[in-house]
Design a protein around this ligand. Structure first.
Ligand SMILES: Nc1ncnc2c1ncn2[C@@H]1O[C@H](COP(=O)(O)OP(=O)(O)OP(=O)(O)O)[C@@H](O)[C@H]1O
Length: 301
């Protein structure tokens, strides 16, 4: 996956938060993003995850399915924990039984199995964060984007998330993360990018210490050579939707689905050549999905 000449500003005359960002994110790599408060780390993560579109430049080669844990998880949704995860699993393309099974497994792994029937709005901050993390891990995403995802988790759950991240990378996924604690997965990142004054600068890969758990050698090699095997030059279309039912399997164009940060909508992205098929499926669902916004990389339609 690549970002080429990417810039992002909020509003027509707002200051550029990010400018001229050129970045290669290899598959099978763990990528740490650093930077002081307010420099644009979350903005960069939202662009990488496809939750937000660049004002300028292009993002290509995003894996078909992406998952994202926002810095603030919107807990006030009208779902129980189990119902929410089932819904998200279905949106991410899992069958009903598989979505329910995986939801249960991830809740257990994070020590939140007892909350399956609890309304999201009644969860503590820590339990709510476990749900935020579980929804992102449900469907083995090839791209996992974590914005301070460890914050609010207890020690056991934090270690579990460390493990889940290592497993994803070992399975060939790209995991991009921000964490305020520099000790988080210390020595394990294959690439480190620092956000500073609107620019993104590559730093040296971290040196693995004897104590660091072994991980995908392929990912390390790819990041060292800068090779990015999954680059596709096609444009992607973003469709922001809410309210409909799970979509059928087999929609062409590798659509990906991720919860938007506002907590009420879902962001679907698909290759431009297949956006009509996805739109038809969204409108044909019963009840149909409500379309809030349609855009291509950087262009609102
Ligand atoms: N939706 C938005 N509308 C307007 N301005 C925004 C929006 N999101 C972020 N910004 C601005 O963009 C800049 C970068 O914010 P961002 O949240 O990306 O930084 P950050 O490095 O993640 O910060 P922190 O470390 O505090 O989480 C800030 O000045 C912020 O106020």
């Amino acid at each position: 996956m690549r970002l080429d000449g990417v810039g992002r500003r909020y509003g027509l005359r707002g200051p550029w938060v990010l400018r001229e960002v050129d970045l290669a994110l290899p598959a099978g790599a763990l990528v740490r993003i650093t930077g002081t408060n307010g420099t644009g780390k979350s903005t960069l993560l939202r662009l990488i995850a496809g939750i937000d579109a660049p004002t300028r430049g292009r993002i290509t080669g995003r894996p078909a399915r992406t998952a994202y844990v926002p810095e603030r998880f919107p807990a006030a949704l009208p779902f129980t924990v189990g119902g929410y995860l089932l819904h998200l699993g279905r949106v991410q393309g899992l069958g009903r039984a598989e979505a329910a099974a995986r939801a249960g497994e991830w809740l257990e792994r994070f020590g939140a199995g007892a909350f399956a029937g609890t309304p999201l709005a009644e969860l503590s901050k820590g339990s709510s964060q476990k749900v935020a993390v579980a929804q992102a891990l449900l469907a083995d995403p090839p791209l996992l984007v974590l914005d301070e995802a460890w914050t609010g988790l207890d020690t056991v759950a934090r270690a579990e998330l460390d493990r889940a991240v290592r497993d994803r990378v070992a399975a060939g996924a790209t995991v991009v993360f921000v964490d305020h604690d520099p000790r988080r997965l210390a020595g394990e990142a294959d690439a480190v990018f620092a956000v500073e004054a609107g620019r993104v600068r590559a730093e040296a890969a971290e040196v693995r210490s004897e104590a660091s758990p072994a991980r995908s050698e392929a990912g390390r090699l790819r990041s060292e050579t800068g090779e990015s095997p999954s680059v596709r030059a096609d444009r992607r279309v973003r469709i922001v939707v809410s309210g409909g039912r799970a979509l059928p399997d087999g929609i062409p164009g590798s659509p990906s689905y991720a919860p938007a940060e506002d907590g009420t909508t879902t962001v679907c992205t698909v290759d431009a050549a297949h956006s009509d098929a996805l739109l038809r499926a969204l409108l044909a669902a019963r009840p149909p999905w409500h379309i809030h916004q349609l855009s291509t990389e950087g262009v609102r339609v």
